[in-house]
Design a protein around this ligand. Structure first.
Ligand code: GDP
Ligand code: MG
Length: 397
């Protein structure tokens, strides 16, 4: 039937249901764990606060749901299940939203254990090559590495971009690696839609390093900051003191600026660029209170500087974990994300209402378009209607 204000409210019912299902499933697992192996001895992750004693007494769910089965398969480290899970959280379709939220909630207490690294920088700078090099290095140190990359060749206009290495063949052959190229069609600010959830699923599947390669274009790059612990910005070597057209804002969110391609003829220009970026960064405020951004050169192709990069990333992780800034940043990111989802769901619900020609919402918009009403006044009128619970739909029930 027609949409009215209840559409807005109805959006939250599936979400709330999903959370409830997650709690129930979680409680069941806790109870099972408690019976089998005593108290769980996992390191604190996402679910540190959620792991309260009282959950163990939650009622058991009747039958294993498809979402529960998928969650269990992910938790047992099955790659195909992880891929299916990521497809679900990337879907963006309102129909999949409750299942996606339920899945993430079902594995949430087992996530949080990875170091989350954003790899940013313009197209062609070597992000994928670097991700592969540092991924292989981390694996050699005994880590399991997941890479979430936006595949730029999947854009309609893009075609293949500068010998793009999204597939990362060498890394892909390792049993300790998981590579997920996401189509850039579903982009949500330079990173794949649902990437926060994908990180959670990768962590639940047991990966201890999650690399997120961004698409590398424009201000959208800033979005990656919201889902990672640290950002490594890759830049090209080159003279000139204009930071080579890199947007200042993007340099400002970087914990590391890596001048890549420091090999062959580019070695010397790379070293000069390191000095320039160091000088530039001194004038900017660092993204984290407990870490001064570092600049150094590397060659992802030759592998030079990769061990140093990994050592410094490990130092960043150790410092920010110890002083609590990593967890407080994660807490803030998570809280902000709640409002991001609420904004999105509300906007979608209101768009639906707006699409109905008979609705007062559409009427107010027409008034604005005709120049009879100021946009701010129309917005307040609509928000008042929402607050008062009045129908925004034109078709009475
Ligand atoms: N000389 C040199 N070329 C590199 C290096 N890293 C990447 N490349 C090349 O730069 C091109 C783009 O690399 P890619 O990793 O796909 O860049 P992305 O678009 O930032 O992911 C490829 O042809 C790479 O072989 C490097 O350290 N040195
Ligand atoms: Mg790439």
């Amino acid at each position: 039937m027609a949409h009215d204000l209840q559409v807005v409210v109805a959006i939250f019912v599936p979400l709330a249901l999903a959370c409830a299902i997650g709690w129930i499933i979680y409680g069941r697992r806790l109870a099972a764990r408690g019976a089998a192996a005593g108290p769980a001895a996992k390191p604190a992750g996402n679910g540190a606060a959620a792991r309260s004693e009282s959950n163990a007494s939650l009622p058991a769910a009747a039958a294993p749901s498809p979402v529960r089965e998928l969650a269990d398969a992910i938790l047992s480290g099955q790659r195909r299940a992880l891929s299916r899970g990521i497809t679900l959280v990337e879907s963006g379709h309102p129909r999949d939203r409750a299942a996606a939220a339920g899945l993430v909630q079902a594995v949430f207490a087992d996530a949080g254990g990875a170091i989350r690294i954003g790899i940013s920088g313009p197209p062609g700078v070597g992000k994928s090559t670097f991700a592969e090099a540092i991924g292989l290095h981390a694996i050699a140190q005994g880590k399991r590495v997941a890479v979430l990359a936006v595949d730029p060749s999947s854009t309609i206009s893009g075609g293949s971009i500068l010998g793009d290495k999204t597939r990362m063949e060498r890394l892909g052959r390792s049993d300790s690696a998981y590579i997920r190229p996401s189509p850039s069609g579903g982009l949500h600010g330079g990173i794949a839609r649902g990437v926060r959830e994908s990180v959670t699923l990768c962590e639940a599947a047991g990966f201890d390093v999650v690399l997120i390669e961004t698409m590398g274009v424009g201000q959208a790059e800033l979005a990656v900051r919201e889902v990672v612990d640290l950002v490594a910005l890759l830049v090209q070597p080159g003279g000139g003191d204009n930071l080579q057209g890199i947007k200042r804002g993007i340099v400002e969110i970087a914990d590391f600026v890596l001048v890549n391609k420091a090999d062959g003829d580019l070695k010397r220009p790379a070293d000069l660029s390191v000095g320039e970026y160091k000088r530039a960064l001194r004038l900017m405020s660092p993204p984290s209170e407990s870490w001064r951004p570092e600049v150094f050169a590397c060659s992802a192709v030759e592998g030079t500087g990769i061990d140093h990069a990994w050592a410094r990333i490990a130092a960043f992780d150790a410092a920010t974990t110890k002083d609590g800034t990593r967890d407080s940043a994660r807490a803030r990111q998570a809280a902000d994300a709640v409002w991001g989802y609420v904004n999105l769901a509300l906007r979608e619900a209101l768009q639906e209402v707006r699409a109905e020609p008979q609705s007062p919402a559409a009427g107010w918009e027409a008034e604005v378009r005709a120049g009879r009403m100021a946009p701010a006044a129309a917005a307040i009128t609509l928000l008042d209607m929402v607050r008062d619970g009045r129908s925004l739909s034109g078709t009475p029930k």
